[in-house]
Design a protein around this ligand. Structure first.
Ligand code: BGP
Length: 480
């Protein structure tokens, strides 16, 4: 649909940027903090190192000053569960002090905090005790942590996100501690989806009780699925991908219902994934205020015969284009590349229009306002003569923002936009080789260097976008 006139961004639009605790804070064992499942990976993955990360824990005042200079209206960050409950059970008041200071500093600078309550980093102690999100006990343990966050920070924080990308973490079990020995991966996936949905519902109910004025919602990662061709079997494959990967978990979180196609697919294979009536009732009552979603790319799906070989989704983890292996789920769909789109060095397809499509699909299905809580371009930035001229990132972001405005013009209510990431953070699979930030951090995977903060060209460009409320998107003159 072509618009004769575009709607402007709302006057109170939340122009933001995002990070997550384990990727940015460092100080992984300071001030009583416990070991999280992310810290536990430090010992097995050469580029995954939460020890110092971007040293935000020690430099948060300097970082908030940079946010202020960027003109951010809002900052999305996550609270490390292990700072507040190091072993999942025992309270650590020193962890509360840190987040109080961060929140106060943000508010002093006029920046609205958007708090993610869980971003992949639960206590390793709970992983060892009962397999983390695979265990029923996680619902009450998570609730205890969230209750503390609400009572300590809820007087100043007005926006909360529950669990980050609960749909993607089930696709990539290693992201959150892996599948316990002897458990089949599909069984694990459905159990974790169920537990996460119940935990989400329980803390939304708690929020209504403790903080009736606050806004709260779940967060998913949505790579909208396109059919490889207009052959009906490819169209069905794309529906399968959307339903299995995104709508099944999101229906649980927002509608309190199980997608019937997914239920029947598993029933035919002898697996009963139906939830109990009382569980569905609990999910149904916990209505979120918005859907937060992270968008980086679209996907292509094609027919995958039932007898084919299964290939589980993986990553291109070295940034060599062409290294990505597309997943095959026999009887459902197989991934493929999109000949119409460019890809980044990690084979993520760059598809600005896909953001508009995703917004429309989500709003049409759930009728809830949206927050775009991650969007960005991972690249190997170079520091040349003290500057980082990341024009490729500006290009990516301006095209996505333009499509977001088209979605708003289409009638989709969007409350805020949070590019990933405010500053360079430790990429889970690529360390500091793959950067996303508006602010460069002077370190790499092998040397800590100065950890100096350097504004990239995209910083100056986004500053203009924010100050013009999205009017000056394409003015390259603004890039210094
Ligand atoms: C999202 C995660 C973020 C971030 C981002 C980029 O799924 O929520 O934490 O990691 O992906 O991923 P990567 O660093 O692997 O490129």
């Amino acid at each position: 649909m072509e618009h004769l006139e575009q709607k402007p961004f709302p006057a109170d639009f939340l122009w933001g940027a995002a990070t997550a605790a384990y990727q940015v804070e460092g100080a992984f064992d300071e001030a009583g903090k416990g070991i999280s499942v992310q810290d536990a990976k430090n010992f097995s993955n050469p580029v995954h190192n939460t020890t110092v990360a971007s040293d935000h824990y020690h430099r948060f005042r300097e970082d908030v000053a940079l946010m202020k200079s960027l003109g951010l209206k809002s900052y999305r960050f996550s609270i490390a569960w292990t700072r507040i409950y190091p072993d999942g059970v025992t309270l650590n008041p020193q962890g509360i002090i840190f987040y109080n200071q961060l929140i106060d500093e943000l508010l002093k600078q006029g920046i609205e905090p958007l708090v993610t309550l869980y971003h992949f980093d639960h206590p390793q102690a709970l992983q060892q005790a009962y397999g983390g999100w695979y265990g029923e006990q996680m619902i009450e343990d998570f609730k205890r942590f969230v209750q503390t966050c609400f009572s300590e920070f809820g007087d100043r924080v007005r926006y909360f996100m529950t669990l980050c990308e609960s749909n993607n973490v089930v696709l990539y079990p290693d992201l959150i501690g892996g599948v316990p020995e002897g458990v089949a991966v599909e069984a694990w996936r459905f159990q974790v989806s169920r537990i996460m949905a119940l935990a989400n519902a329980r803390v939304i109910a708690l929020c209504r009780e403790m903080l009736p004025q606050a806004k709260i919602g779940p967060c998913i990662g949505y790579a909208v699925a396109y059919a490889a061709t207009c052959a009906p079997q490819d169209v069905l494959a794309a529906m399968n991908e959307d339903e299995f990967r995104t709508f099944y978990p999101l229906d649980l979180l927002c509608l309190g219902r199980q997608n019937p196609t997914v239920v029947s697919f598993f029933a035919q294979r002898g697996v009963d994934i139906r939830l109990a009536e009382h569980e569905l009732a609990e999910l149904k009552i916990a209505q979120p205020d918005f859907i937060a979603f992270n968008y980086y790319q679209s996907n292509v799906a094609k027919y995958c015969p039932p007898a084919g070989q299964e290939i589980q989704p993986g990553f291109n983890s070295d940034g060599q284009k062409g290294g990505f292996k597309y997943p095959h789920f026999p009887g459902l769909y197989a991934g493929d590349s999109n000949p119409y789109l460019e890809r980044n060095d990690w084979d993520w397809e760059i598809d600005p229009a896909g953001l508009r499509i995703a917004c429309r699909k989500l709003y049409d299905r759930y009728q809830l306002p949206l927050m775009i809580t991650e969007n960005g371009l991972g690249a190997c930035d170079s520091l040349v003569g003290g500057k980082i001229n990341d024009v490729y990132r500006i290009d990516y972001l301006q095209q996505h923002i333009a499509q977001m405005q088209l979605a708003i013009s289409d009638g989709v209510p969007i409350w805020g936009y949070y590019p990933w990431s405010f500053m360079d953070v430790m990429s889970t699979s690529n360390g500091y080789h793959k950067r996303y930030g508006f602010v460069y951090i002077d370190r790499d995977d092998h040397q800590l260097k100065t950890l100096r903060r350097i504004k990239k060209a995209s910083f100056y460009w986004y500053q203009q976008v924010i100050s013009s409320n999205g009017q000056q998107l394409f003015n390259q003159e603004s890039c210094k």
